[in-house]
Ligand binder design. Structure first.
Ligand SMILES: Cc1cc2nc3c(=O)[nH]c(=O)nc-3n(C[C@H](O)[C@H](O)[C@H](O)COP(=O)(O)O)c2cc1C
Length: 186
């Protein structure tokens, strides 16, 4: 059994990436894992200010915001899913702010239990538009000394609800087989 944390990046409630993340969660839960979703896209998380006082107040970030809630989940997780729409060819600013503040763990040399990462990304344009986020994601996997558990890349979705049953089934299957190394483009 795994402890899987899904961080979502969209500010849009019930949007495409939310639905994909929920389907992934359903599959992962069905596979016997514990799953928690943290909707970073709707949280209040500011950028890292590099004050380098991480954890000195007893909380991960001295500039106390919703990242400190996420920090506890990061401690709990052994698998991490980043689920984001593409904004300007990359992660949304909201999920990126959360990722930036993970610096607090690196700076204080706190060990994370996270061993596997998975990327869920959706966007209006075609497959080529994901080149940048895939490169970033793969570099992050390497930096965190994790395994790439897979990528679910969903092009051609723009309006809320554009994701299809096929997309959601693929997300559910990916969640069920979380540790399977794969690459899916729909
Ligand atoms: C600020 C902003 C930037 C976007 N940038 C891109 C982009 O670079 N490439 C793309 O294909 N779609 C882009 N989109 C479209 C979204 O990725 C697309 O609508 C996605 O399905 C939204 O996911 P959501 O429903 O989970 O919010 C952008 C949308 C917004 C609001």
């Amino acid at each position: 059994m795994r402890n899987i944390l899904i961080i979502t990046g969209s500010p849009r409630v019930g949007g495409n990436s939310d639905l994909l993340a929920e389907a992934f969660a359903e599959g992962a839960y069905g596979g016997g894992n514990q799953v928690k979703i943290f909707p970073a896209g709707r949280k209040n998380i500011g950028g890292c200010k590099v004050c380098n006082t991480c954890f000195s107040t007893g909380k991960a970030c001295t500039f106390d915001d919703d990242f400190n809630e996420l920090a506890e989940l990061l401690d709990w997780a052994d698998g991490l899913v980043l689920a984001t729409p593409l904004y300007w060819y990359t992660f949304t600013a909201q999920i990126k702010a959360a990722m930036d503040k993970m610096y607090s763990f690196m700076y204080t040399e706190r060990e994370l239990k996270i061993r596997d990462l998975f990327l869920i990304a959706c966007a209006a344009d075609d497959e080529d538009t994901f080149e940048g986020i895939i490169k970033s994601y793969e570099a992050i996997v390497t930096y965190l000394k994790c395994d790439d558990a897979g990528k679910l890349i969903v092009p051609g979705v723009e309006e809320k609800g554009d994701v299809t049953r096929e997309h959601l089934d693929a997300a559910k299957t990916a969640g069920f087989t979380f540790d399977m190394s794969n690459y899916m483009t729909l």
